[in-house]
Design a protein around this ligand. Sequence first.
Ligand SMILES: Cc1ncc(C[n+]2csc(CCOP(=O)(O)OP(=O)(O)O)c2C)c(N)n1
Ligand SMILES: [Mg+2]
Length: 284
Amino acid sequence: MEKNTLNQLEILAAKIRYDVLDMLQHRGYGHLGGSLSLVELMSVLYGKQMQYDATNPKWEQRDRVVLSKGHAGPVWYSALAESGFFDKEWLYTLNDGGTKLPSHPDRTKTPGVDMTTGSLGQGTSTAAGIATALKKSHIDRYVYLIVGDGELNEGQCWEAFQYIANYKLNNCIVIIDDNKRQLDGYTKDIMNPFDISKKMEAFGFFTQKVKGNDIEAIDDAINQAKEVKDKAVCIVLDTIKGQGVPYFENMFSNHSVKFNTDEINDAANEAKQALLEFISKEEC
Ligand SMILES: Cc1ncc(C[n+]2csc(CCOP(=O)(O)OP(=O)(O)O)c2C)c(N)n1
Ligand SMILES: [Mg+2]
C-alpha cells in the first residue's frame, strides 16, 4: 500500500475511534468494546475497498455491509458519518427517541445501512440472501458480512455459512471479529469456538487470519479474497475487545460501558485528546 494511502486510512481510523468514544460518552453508555475492535476494518472498507456514493446511498452498484453483530452500530455510524452519508451531529442522537441512529442498525432509518440487525445470527442469513440476489441480478458487487466470535454461538451462523460455501458465494466476504470475548466473559470459557479458521476451512471457505489492527494486512486480505473465484471466502480478524485504547482493552467488562465514574471519563478524555493530536499532526 502506498504510504499516503496508509496515512489517510490511519487518520480515518483515528477519527472513527474518536467518534465512537465521543458519541458513547455523550450518550452515557453503550457497546464500546465490540465497536472499537472494528475501527481499522471500517477504515479499510469505507476508506479504500468499498464502492459507494454517499449522496446516493441506494445506488445499485454499491457494495453492501451487513453488520450482523448489530450492537456495534456506533462504529458503523461513525464510519458512515466520516464518509459523508450524514451530518456528524447525528452521532449525538444515538438511541434518542425518534433518532435516525438507533443503538442497533435499522435499514429504514439510516442512510448507508442496508440491513437491519441486532438479533445475533440473523445477519448471516440475510447477507447470504443479498449475495444470492446480487449474483442472480448480475450485479458484480460485494457484501461484507461482519460476525462476532460470540455470535458464532448461534446455530444460524453455521447454516448460513454452509449455504454460502455450497453456492460458492465469493461475493459475500465473511469477516469474523475474533476479539475473544462476548457479553459476559471470554468466549473460550462460555462456549469455546475452538479454532475458528480451521472450522471455516472445514466448511469450505478460503480462510485468512490477520491482525485486526493492521490496516495493510486487512486490506491485503480483502484483495486476496477478491481474487478467489470458485470458493466462499472468510477473513478472521484477530482483534482485541476495546482495541486501540489500553484502558478499555484492560477493562474486564468492556462489552457495554457506562461512563459513570471520573476514572472512566478521564480515560475516554485522554484517549480522545491523543487521537485529536494524532489527527491534527498527520493532517498537516
Ligand atoms: C439472539 C441474540 N441473543 C442475545 C443477544 C444479546 N447480546 C448482544 S451482544 C452479545 C454478545 C455478542 O458477542 P460477540 O459476538 O463476541 O460480540 P463482540 O464481542 O464483538 O461485542 C449478546 C449475547 C442478542 N443481541 N441476540
Ligand atoms: Mg466477541
